[in-house]
Design a protein around this ligand. Structure first.
Ligand SMILES: NC(=O)C1=CN([C@@H]2O[C@H](COP(=O)(O)OP(=O)(O)OC[C@H]3O[C@@H](n4cnc5c(N)ncnc54)[C@H](OP(=O)(O)O)[C@@H]3O)[C@@H](O)[C@H]2O)C=CC1
Ligand SMILES: Cc1cn([C@H]2C[C@H](O)[C@@H](COP(=O)(O)OP(=O)(O)O[C@H]3O[C@@H](C)C(=O)[C@@H](O)[C@H]3O)O2)c(=O)[nH]c1=O
Ligand SMILES: [Mg+2]
Length: 283
């Protein structure tokens, strides 16, 4: 994949894209601050890429509740501006979104056309970003994923390994259900999609992509501890017993058949990906 520009340099997904496409241009905060959408447009124009991926976002879910303006600029305004600029230049744009655009009701996996209903500011701003990207009028893909983990950055795997080593007993919510997804698997999917889009201007759209099988945060934690040689007692608790500033969806299950049908990308087994991440962390 030649001529790829990626927004994001330090993030989980950006760092995994770098492993697959080391020759891409990776724009960090210093090259393009997403609170200044016009700077993002300027960078795209001056870089003249063949395609653009946005892997940067405001991902601090609780903090977003009290920092709405920044979350909106980064998650909604900047991606819309990127998409408009790509549309002007006639190049494909791939953007990453989240299960938190949904309200989490019911217990069935949601397809791409299911009704949205974000419960917090992070999800609201990510949904606005999706809408801005789709409205820009160019060739785009939006990849909705969930529960991202990797050996880098902040994520649940690293938090659990820290807490599991410090404490004998952990209380972890067991009524939020979703698909943990390795950043490496998202990066591979994103690169496959943007390459296909570059070859064929008719390709793109909204796609769900998450690790298999669905589990709870408590279930995910159990597997993290088992693979890490840690054995704290895991006590499953309902969401109401773990109060946080932002509400989170109970049902984060994503129906992922479309990406398999259109791009041949299957749901990766997150347990195999977790094994690789833990190996990397133990190195
Ligand atoms: N993390 C998760 O669990 C999930 C993430 N997603 C989505 O996946 C995508 C990738 O997420 P992930 O890799 O986990 O993100 P991370 O939280 O690991 O990284 C976020 C990236 O965005 C950058 N960034 C934040 N604010 C700005 C800004 N103002 N200007 C420039 N860059 C900025 C960060 O840079 P810096 O290091 O300088 O702060 C960092 O590189 C995002 O769209 C996210 O919404 C979807 C579902 C789950
Ligand atoms: C640390 C801890 C967390 N939890 C709960 C809180 C929460 O419901 C769940 C996961 O915690 P996190 O802080 O990783 O949750 P969060 O940061 O909300 O994770 C989300 O991030 C955004 C960016 C997304 O897009 C989502 O897909 C999702 O990955 O575990 C416990 O129950 N016990 C604990 O000790
Ligand atoms: Mg978090």
């Amino acid at each position: 994949m030649d001529g790829l520009l990626v927004f994001g340099k330090t993030g989980q997904v950006a760092r995994e894209i770098e492993r697959i496409v080391p020759d891409a241009v990776f724009a960090g905060r210093d090259e393009a601050d997403l609170t200044r959408p016009a700077d993002c447009a300027e960078l795209i124009r001056s870089t003249r890429p063949a395609a653009v991926i946005n892997a940067a976002a405001y991902t601090a879910v609780d903090k977003a509740e009290t920092d709405q303006e920044t979350a909106r600029l980064v998650n909604a305004d900047a991606p819309a501006e990127m998409a408009r600029t790509c549309a002007e230049l006639g190049i494909p744009f791939l953007h990453i979104s989240t299960d938190y655009v949904f309200d989490g009701s019911g217990d069935m996996p949601r397809a791409e056309d299911a009704e949205t209903g974000p419960l917090g500011v992070y999800g609201q701003t990510k949904l606005s970003g999706e809408r801005g990207v789709a409205a820009a009028g160019g060739q785009f893909a939006i990849l909705r994923t969930s529960w991202v983990f990797s050996a880098h950055g902040n994520n649940f795997v690293k938090t659990m390994r820290r807490l599991g080593a410090e404490r004998d007993r952990l209380t972890i919510v067991d009524d939020q259900i979703g698909g943990p997804t390795a950043a490496a698997d998202i990066a591979a999917a994103a690169v496959t999609m943007i390459a296909a889009m570059t070859r064929d201007p008719s390709r793109g759209g909204l796609y769900h992509f998450a690790g298999h099988p669905d589990t709870s945060w408590a279930g995910f934690a159990q597997e993290i501890f088992a693979l890490s040689g840690l054995s704290p007692e895991v006590v499953g608790i309902p969401t109401e017993d773990y109060p946080t500033p932002a509400r989170r969806p109970l049902n984060s299950r994503l129906h992922c058949a479309a990406i398999t049908h259109d791009f041949g990308i299957d749901r990766p087994d997150w347990r195999a990906s977790l094994e690789r991440v833990i190996k990397e962390l133990d190195e």
